[in-house]
Design a protein. Structure first.
Length: 398
């Protein structure tokens, strides 16, 4: 047998598997309480509405739904996205700025493909979304982690990083209930971030998959509404309908849109039009106005159950801030503990989490971890947190 004749591109060497996906394989073992995966609860999926919409689409427009379609996306769905953002986010978006993507993850890839050259500087929060780091890495940027606190990046640090050396191409930000920390930018922080970006000419990529999942109060309006020409906005239907449809969207300043569209055409021609038509059929008459509050109510109960379990079992063993929305708690463990090293012990004890180090672009903090509360019942949350407490106590005693 001869060796494979293929030579990998340099960018392929920079690709790495998702630690979360690898952990999920472990958590499929029977009896494991998984607080690891960032999956929406399947119990929230509007199955009957989807079934009915599929039937109507195949009845009313079967040929169109099964044919190739426009790369920009299904025009009525683009209209809906623009109207929704204008009403709910205070934005001023034309449907001509909306590009339907195959999940918001594709939006990250398209932004990277269009905006990043080898060695170009890209700024990210500390910590940040692992999937963004994966999307950016093949394009060989110099990723710079910006000092951040529980309200997001520090504005002075953002401004300094924007101008340090060569000007940064963009900053990737998650203002609403960030994955992994659950943090949300305050109104004051949003104003300061926009001010820093405008003063330094720093474009922003605003990722907002969790903005509708607020529990205590809705978040302030988007960064894109405050600086339309300087912000590329990403949204998703995964957290409010069903992630398996792989349906997201981006809103781009008019000057940037044509290149993103060309990158989309090269990637997949268009997002599956059947999926787009089905989603539009489901949401066009206001279904989300009734559906999303049921998701919030369910997740808030689970958030509260996890907070109560953490207070019962982990007081003195870890610290955390209650998330006001989203799907995650972020835990800081005592210095010297390594969450990655503790994970096998946690699995043996019957639970799983995601070690936090993977979410750092630089100088990872080993004593951090992420817990997801939306896919497990309050009873299982209690069991999982109690098991984690036993593991932490054993580690401290060792």
């Amino acid at each position: 047998m001869t060796s494979a004749p293929f030579t990998l591109a340099r960018r392929a060497e920079r690709m790495n598997p998702s630690i979360i996906r690898e952990i999920l394989k472990v958590t499929e073992k029977p009896g494991i309480v998984s607080l690891a995966g960032g999956l929406p609860s399947a119990d929230t999926f509007p199955v009957e509405a989807m079934r009915d919409a599929c039937a109507r689409v195949l009845r009313d427009a079967p040929r169109e739904a099964l044919q190739y379609a426009a790369s920009e996306g299904f025009a009525p769905l683009r209209d809906w996205v623009a109207a929704h953002l204008n009403e709910r986010q205070g934005m001023d978006v034309s449907p001509a700025q909306v590009l339907i993507t195959t999940g918001s993850q594709q939006g990250l890839d398209l932004a990277a493909k269009v905006l990043i050259d080898e060695g170009a500087r890209v700024l990210v929060e500390t910590p940040t979304y692992l999937g963004a780091l994966q999307a950016f890495a093949p394009y060989e940027p110099d990723i710079v982690a910006v000092d951040s606190d529980h309200e997001g990046p520090l504005p002075d640090a953002l401004a300094s990083a924007a101008l340090e050396g060569s000007r940064a191409r963009f900053a990737y930000l998650l203002p609403n209930f960030q994955n992994p920390t659950g943090h949300v930018y305050t109104e004051a922080r949003r104003l300061a971030v926009i001010s820093a970006a405008q003063a330094t000419g720093l474009p922003l990529v605003e990722d907002n998959p969790y903005g509708d999942l607020w529990y205590d109060a809705p978040p302030p309006r988007s960064l894109a509404s405050r600086w339309p020409e300087g912000v590329l906005y990403l949204g998703s239907f995964s957290k409010v309908l069903a992630p398996g449809l792989r349906l997201g969207y981006l809103v781009a300043p008019p000057a940037l849109y044509p290149k993103l569209l060309q990158a989309k055409q090269a990637a997949d021609l268009h997002t599956p039009i059947f999926n787009q038509r089905v989603v539009h059929e489901v949401i066009r008459n206001g279904m989300l106005d009734a559906h999303v509050p049921t998701i919030r109510a369910r997740y808030q109960l689970q958030r509260d159950a996890m907070e109560a379990a953490l207070e019962r079992h982990l007081a003195g063993l870890a610290s955390w801030i209650r998330p006001m929305g989203g799907m995650f708690f972020w835990l800081d463990l005592p210095e010297g503990l390594d969450a990655m090293a503790l994970l096998p012990r946690a699995v043996d004890a019957g639970m799983a989490f995601v070690p936090g180090a993977a979410f750092y672009a630089a100088a990872p903090r080993a004593n951090t971890l992420r817990l997801s509360f939306v896919t497990v019942s309050p009873e299982k949350i209690e069991l999982g947190i109690a098991a984690l407490a036993r593991v932490l106590r054993q580690a401290e005693d060792a």
